[in-house]
Design a protein around this ligand. Structure first.
Ligand code: GAR
Length: 210
């Protein structure tokens, strides 16, 4: 069983989707810890209710991003994870941290990358008049939301949609695709090689298996 550490800042619905998939045998791994950068992250209670170890490492207790990430690295490493999963962890990571976990850290981002890196992705898709929107799972590299994409799911944008409508539609897809990708990694089928995502020996293109 691969050891998975999940990092969250918020509700933790993706964390829970991965945990459920582990319990049901759809992911060949085990969530060994959930770490949040805020004590108020709702996902902490959900993780604790699942019997998962939880940790809070508040970024507010640190003077610099570098100091925080150095401590975060030690905390994550203390769980000896095979895989680190960012699931709504709303922090920009230092190169030191991303290099340390290179090839074994995944992120989910609520847009069809490379579109809309950063925040407010749903509103930005609406403002641009996009007819489709979606979500991407990618390997984490030093470039924010810029690592190689592994898998994307698209959703339609309907007339009259609000950002909340879109977010809900995207969330459904997130819960479907993130466990799938985590399982590929846990099964040893997915790797970061030469800066590209490789699944079953095949290099994935810009938009993965979309
Ligand atoms: C998810 O929609 C995820 O894609 C997004 O945060 C949400 C967390 O939801 N991540 C980012 O925006 C990262 N840039 P959750 O806490 O319910 O899993």
């Amino acid at each position: 069983m691969k050891r998975i550490v999940v990092l969250i800042s918020g509700t933790g619905s993706n964390m829970l989707a991965i945990q459920e998939a582990c319990k049901q045998g759809r992911v060949a791994g085990q969530v060994v810890a959930v770490i949040a950068n805020k004590a108020s992250a709702k996902g902490l209670e959900k993780a604790a209710a699942q019997g998962i170890d939880t940790e809070v490492l508040s970024h507010q207790a640190f003077d610099s991003r570098e100091a925080y990430d150095a401590e975060l690295k030690v905390l994550i490493d203390s769980y000896q994870p095979d895989l680190v999963v960012l699931a709504g962890f709303m922090r920009i990571l230092t190169g030191d941290l991303t290099r340390h976990f290179e090839g074994r850290m995944l992120n989910i981002h609520p847009s069809l990358l490379p579109k809309y890196k950063g925040v407010n992705t749903h509103q930005r898709a609406l403002d641009a008049g996009d007819k489709e929107h979606g979500v991407s799972v990618h390997f984490v590299t030093e470039e924010l939301d810029g690592g190689p994409v592994i898998l994307q799911a698209k959703v339609p944008v309907f007339d009259g949609d609000t950002a909340d409508d879109l977010q809900a539609r995207v969330h459904e897809q997130e819960h479907r695709i993130y466990p799938l990708v985590v399982n590929w990694f846990c099964q040893g089928r997915l790797a970061l090689q030469g800066g590209r995502a490789v699944l079953d020996g095949q290099v994935l293109g810009e938009s993965g298996y979309a």
